[in-house]
Design a protein around this ligand. Sequence first.
Ligand code: HEC
Ligand code: HEC
Length: 313
Amino acid sequence: MSKAIKIVLFSILGIILILFILAMYVNISGIPSYENEAEELSVEVTDARVTEGARMAGILCNQCHGSTDGKLGGAYMADAAAFGEIFAPNITQHPVFGITDYTDGELAYLLRTGIRKDGQYVPPWMPKFPHLSDEDLFSIIAFLRSDHPMVQPSDHNPGEIKPSFLSKILSRTAFKPLPYPEGPVEAPMPSDRVAYGKYLAVAKFDCFGCHSASFQHIDIMNPENSKGYFGGGNILMDKEMNEIRSSNLTMDGETGLGTWTEEEFIKTLRFGMRPDGKPLRFPMMPAPMITDEEASSIWAYLQTIPKISNMIE
Ligand code: HEC
Ligand code: HEC
């Protein structure tokens, strides 16, 4: 064997060994951790906040954290199988399984950045809420602290998360915690229907992620830069693990909602009654807790975004 071939062979072997050691390292060390820079925060629990927080949790948290006892006792997430064996934890006031050890500041920090109390990063199996107004964020926290039945101690223990190797790799490359806001975050006035509708569709009810081209190409900090913003096509899973694509919500006349009326949109969103009579399928849940006024503002905002021609079957 010539010297040159030997050098090449040993280099290749060396590279394989380094890759192997790296893979072992990633596999053993798991999901990375970051400094927890949660601020001091004390959220006042008022009736108004608890009512609003419970409504938001019904739309935003219950689909993952809801347990069979009607509380937020956690559950297995079958549709996240690509990420590993994923369980949404118990977030009730149970002293052992729940989240009583979190401070208000740590809850705010987790919901905005995706960094847990213990510093571990939460991959996209749980959404983050960087643009939610402080008041809406405080409503969720007040609700979690309240005497509302959904957050009373549930002794359900969903199980330990076992992330896949892919999740571990992505959590060290593609996925990063989001920045914590530097100043106060305020929602636009409901009287400014377009701005308010955008706030609802992007920051508060999280419509844009599912309704863009794919979760891999959404830009949470600058949502309009997401690939196929509101043009649909994102592949989701129904309860039987069949693929289902999200609808095109832009005003394109052939492939989007261009021929719908505002009333049809509101009925579909709130009660699942589509103009063609077909029921909405999971994971698109009718949301009767969204008010007519809110649905109408979302409709006003959808009128303003660039049309995308994207036929969804
Ligand atoms: C798509 C599913 C999903 C949704 C929606 C969701 N979560 Fe989670 N949540 C998870 C998963 C999965 C984890 C576990 C994350 C981890 O440890 O990596 C988690 C973790 C948490 C934790 C940390 C618990 C702990 O023990 O450290 C809290 C608190 C929490 N979620 C609150 C909420 C609230 C409040 C909402 C609604 C505003 C919400 N989540 C919406 C899936 C979800
Ligand atoms: C968890 C992902 C997810 C979220 C969050 C979500 N959607 Fe959907 N949506 C879907 C999917 C998937 C469909 C297709 C359902 C079907 O084909 O039956 C759909 C369908 C729709 C439709 C029917 C469109 C048509 O052409 O028939 C409307 C309207 C709609 N969504 C509006 C919204 C709005 C507004 C929000 C935010 C309040 C929202 N969606 C949040 C996944 C989602």
